[in-house]
Ligand binder design. Structure first.
Ligand code: AMP
Length: 389
C-alpha cells in the first residue's frame, strides 16, 4: 500500500493538523476506557520530539452539525495531559503547543465533506497527519477532503493498523484462517462473501454457525438462528467452493435450557437437540479440531465470539480458541489480527488482549475493510495530489 508516513517528512517546527479518534467510551460522564487515547501516545511523542505544534481534530458523538454542549470535547484536555504526559490545551483558550480543537462535528461541513470547511481547517496547519483509522470509513472534511489540501501522512497508529490489515488480508502468509463468530450472518454477509474468496479456511462459530447448520438440515431447537437465510448460506458455500476455501462448522455444541450464567448444560452432537434447548457455545470436539487446524496456520484473522461469551462458562469456546491463537502468535508461528464489534471485549475476557499481533479498536472501519471496501480516509491518504512539505 502506497501512503506517506511521518518519516517521509521534515516535520521540524511545523504545525501538524492531527486527526484522531477521541470518540471515547463514556460511563456516568467519565471516560470508561482510555485505550484510544493511549494508542495515540507514540504519535504525540514523535511529533513533540520534532518540536511540532500539534492541532488535534476529533469527532465525539453525533451532534449532527450543531453546537451542543453535551458533545463538547472540553472535558478531555486534562485527561490527555495525564495520559500523554504533555500539556494539552483546549480550542481558543489553549496556551500550549498541543491544542485539542472543539468537536469537528459541530460544523455541518464536517459530515458533508465540505470543501470550504476543509479549507478553514487546512489554514490551521502545514501538514495533515491522519491517525484515525477508525474514522476512515467516513468521507468527512477532516478525514477525506483535508487530505487533498495539505501534504499528508499516516500517523503511527494508522500506519500500524494498515500494515497489520495488509499483512492479514492483502498479502498474507498462507494458509490463512478466518475465524468469524457473533450473532447473525445477516449483519456479516459482505464480510463472509469477501473472506471466502481470500482465505483458505473459514471457521464459523456463534449464532451464525446455527444458521449454516439449519440450512444444511440440522436441528437447532431454540438456538439463535436466521431461518430465512438458507439461500445466502448456499451462495456463500458455492463461492467458497469455487475459491478453494474450506468452511469449518462446529461438530458439537453446548446446549442449555435456561438462558443464564452457569446454567446446566449438555454437550450435544449435530443430529440431536431438544425443542426447548438452545446452543450457546462450540463444544470440546470442535475446539480440538480448530486448535489442530491452527497449528498449521500462518495467518489468522478474527471477528466475533464463538459463543455467548458474556455468560460464564459459555465463554469457554472463545477463550480456548483465542488462547491457542495467542500462544502460537507468541511462539512466532503465526500473524494474528482481530477486531470489530464485540471482538475486543471477547478477547479481553479471554486474557489475550496483548498477545495477538494486532487488535484493532476500529469497529466499523475494520469490518468495512474485511468486507473488501475501500475506505475513503485511506484512499485519500494514498493520493498525493497535494504538494509535499
Ligand atoms: P456480533 O456483534 O455479531 O459479533 O455478535 C456478538 C454477540 O453474539 C455477542 O453478544 C454474543 O453473546 C452473541 N453470540 C455469540 N454466539 C451466540 C450464540 N450461539 N447464541 C446467541 N448469541 C450468540
Amino acid at each position: 500500500m502506497n501512503f506517506k508516513t511521518l518519516n517521509d517528512f521534515d516535520l521540524n517546527n511545523k504545525t501538524v493538523l492531527l486527526r484522531v479518534d477521541l470518540n471515547v467510551p463514556m460511563q456516568d460522564r467519565k471516560v470508561a476506557d482510555t485505550t484510544r487515547i493511549d494508542r495515540l501516545k507514540p504519535t504525540i511523542d514523535y511529533l513533540t520530539k520534532q518540536n511540532c505544534k500539534i492541532v488535534i481534530l476529533s469527532h465525539f458523538g453525533r451532534p449532527k452539525g450543531k453546537v451542543n454542549p453535551d458533545y463538547s470535547l472540553s472535558f478531555l484536555p486534562p485527561l490527555l495531559t495525564k495520559q500523554w504526559g504533555v500539556e494539552v490545551g483546549f480550542d481558543s483558550d489553549s496556551q500550549s503547543n498541543i491544542t485539542l480543537l472543539e468537536n469537528v462535528r459541530f460544523n455541518p461541513g464536517e459530515e458533508e465533506n465540505d470543501l470550504a470547511y476543509a479549507k478553514e481547517l487546512a489554514a490551521l496547519g502545514d501538514i495533515f497527519v491522519n491517525d484515525a483509522f477508525s474514522a476512515a470509513h467516513r468521507a468527512h472534511a477532516s478525514t477525506e477532503k483535508l487530505a487533498h489540501l495539505l501534504p499528508c501522512a499516516a500517523g503511527l497508529l494508522m500506519e500500524a493498523e494498515l500494515k497489520a490489515l495488509t499483512n492479514a488480508l492483502e498479502s498474507p502468509k498462507k494458509p490463512v484462517v478466518a475465524i468469524v463468530g457473533g450473532a447473525k450472518i445477516s449483519t456479516k454477509l459482505n464480510v463472509l462473501n469477501n473472506l471466502v474468496q481470500k482465505v483458505d479456511y473459514l471457521v464459523l462459530g456463534g449464532g451464525m454457525a446455527n444458521t449454516f447448520l439449519f440450512a444444511m438440515g440440522y436441528p437447532v431447537g431454540q438456538s439463535l438462528c436466521e431461518k430465512d437465510m438458507a439461500e445466502e448460506v448456499k451462495s456463500i458455500q458455492q463461492k467458497a467452493k469455487a475459491a478453494g476455501c474450506e468452511i469449518i462448522l462446529p461438530s458439537d455444541r453446548i446446549a442449555i435450557r435456561e438462558f443464564k450464567e452457569n446454567a446446566d448444560y449438555e454437550v450435544i452432537g449435530l443430529d440431536h437437540i431438544a425443542d426447548d434447548q438452545e446452543s450457546v457455545d462450540i463444544g470440546p470436539e470442535t475446539i480440538k479440531n480448530i486448535e489442530a487446524m491452527l497449528d498449521n496456520a500462518k495467518t489468522v484473522l478474527w471477528n466475533g465470539p464463538m459463543g455467548v461469551f458474556e455468560m460464564k462458562p459459555f465463554d469457554n469456546g472463545t477463550n480456548k480458541v483465542a488462547q491457542k491463537v495467542a500462544a502460537l502468535t507468541k511462539a512466532g508461528k503465526l500473524l494474528s489480527v482481530a477486531g470489530g464489534g464485540d471482538t475486543v471485549s471477547a478477547l479481553d475476557n479471554a486474557g489475550v488482549i496483548n498477545d495477538f499481533s494486532y487488535i484493532s479498536t476500529a469497529g466499523g472501519a475494520f469490518l468495512e475493510w474485511i468486507e473488501g471496501k475501500e475506505l475513503p480516509g485511506v484512499v485519500a491518504l494514498q493520493k498525493q495530489d497535494a504538494k509535499a512539505a
